[in-house]
Design a protein around this ligand. Structure first.
Ligand code: NAD
Ligand code: GLY
Length: 347
């Protein structure tokens, strides 16, 4: 068991323990006085884990309703958000009550945004059930929904009251979803931790479960350091976007269908490393990425990807920030004009 305290403007713990879903009622009661909640989850996670959560909440005397929406990114929108608000009104949720996000990053992002905005802010607890959500999206307080103009374009910073990571829940993840999370884990190794990268390198998609608790707590601790230094994403936090500028572009080029975020990040990290770093490092990263059945490049022509890069949130009117890791464990933020970035990437 490990507790990592996140020292943001609103401090909270990330509790990492196998089997902790079963005692979530007890863990929540230790940090929140309220005895009334709404669980938000998707249909896949509902079938797998709602009963365990319900039982635990009942034992702790917490009353609850549950809101279930269809799984997938296409649900992270204003329509689902509006249905969540209606459910909260139907349940007479007040500022003393709270929400529980049970699921992956989609559930966590939309629940966090509902918590940030309903009644101008109520408490929420994250119970992430994907590797990506445990190592990344549940920690740090970024919440959002997608709009027609783009992914995550409407959101808020809202730190949760508690995060409960039960790595037993990761055993039911399909291999491609596990791979998606591993793209983020490899990213943490590349930007901050050579030892973590070596763990990734010496395992693969079939045996990585053996070291899951160590991986989750190492990544959460790296995210803690970055977020504590730059909670509102004005500088150092950009490091977490290694591989993401090109990754988002590749996802966008594929119309966000049949191409996951993790695949985009993996391809993005490899393409940037090939372009800006020495060949040995690029080969090492590519070998590691391939062990998790992730792509190392894309069929999309660079010229067609670059307009998507220009729409990135890290892009100002004529400049773009991107991340390069000249050595494993040492990420650097670089900023250049969009025109120069285009020239460098096309070259
Ligand atoms: P997701 O929530 O869609 O989960 C992926 C799939 O796995 C879904 O179909 C889900 O039903 C299923 N699933 C979840 N847990 C499961 C389990 N234990 N067993 C079996 N199936 C399970 O996607 P994700 O990859 O977790 O998150 C992606 C989202 O996170 C994106 O919307 C992205 O924008 C967001 N994100 C946010 C942040 C942040 O800082 N807030 C960071 C990274 C990504
Ligand atoms: N996932 C990037 C961040 O939290 O900043």
């Amino acid at each position: 068991m490990k507790n990592i305290r996140i020292g943001t403007s609103r401090p909270y713990d990330v509790h990492i323990e196998r089997g902790s879903l079963k005692k979530s009622g007890e863990l929540i009661s230790a940090v929140l006085n309220s005895k009334k909640a709404v669980i938000i989850t998707d249909d896949t996670v509902d079938k797998l884990y709602s009963d365990t959560l319900r039982e635990s909440l009942e034992k702790s005397g917490i009353s609850f309703d549950i809101f279930v929406f269809p799984h997938g990114e296409q649900s992270k929108n204003i329509k689902t958000l509006s249905a969540i608000y209606n459910c909260l009104c139907d349940n007479s949720i007040t500022r003393s009550d709270f929400l529980i996000a049970l699921g992956g990053g989609v559930v966590g992002d939309i629940t966090g945004f509902a918590a940030a905005t309903f009644l101008r802010g109520i408490e929420f607890v994250q119970i992430p059930t994907t590797l990506l959500a445990q190592v990344d999206s549940s920690v740090g307080g970024k919440t959002a929904i997608d709009i027609t103009g783009g992914k995550n374009l409407v959101g808020a910073f809202k730190q949760p009251a508690l995060v409960i990571c039960d790595s037993d829940t990761l055993t039911t993840l399909p291999e491609d979803e596990l791979g998606c999370g591993m793209a983020e884990v490899i990213k943490y190794g590349m930007i901050r931790d050579e030892n973590l990268f070596e763990i990734c390198e010496s395992h693969n998609i079939r045996n990585i479960h053996e070291v899951m608790d160590e991986i989750v707590s190492t990544c959460v601790d790296i995210k803690r350091q970055v977020v504590e230094n730059d909670e509102f994403d004005r500088g150092e936090r950009m490091l977490l976007n290694f591989g993401h500028t090109l990754g988002h572009a590749v996802e966008g080029w594929h119309n966000y269908t049949n191409y996951t975020h993790g695949m985009g990040v993996a391809a993005g990290m490899c393409m940037i490393t090939r372009r800006f770093c020495d060949e040995k490092l690029a080969e090492k990263l590519e070998k590691c990425v391939e062990a998790y059945k992730l792509p190392i490049s894309t069929e999309a022509p660079m010229i067609e990807l670059l307009p998507f890069c220009a729409m990135d949130k890290k892009c100002e009117s004529s400049s773009i920030s991107y991340i390069v890791c000249p050595e494993i464990g040492k990420g650097e933020i670089r900023k250049t004009s969009t025109a120069e970035f285009f020239r460098l990437m096309e070259g």
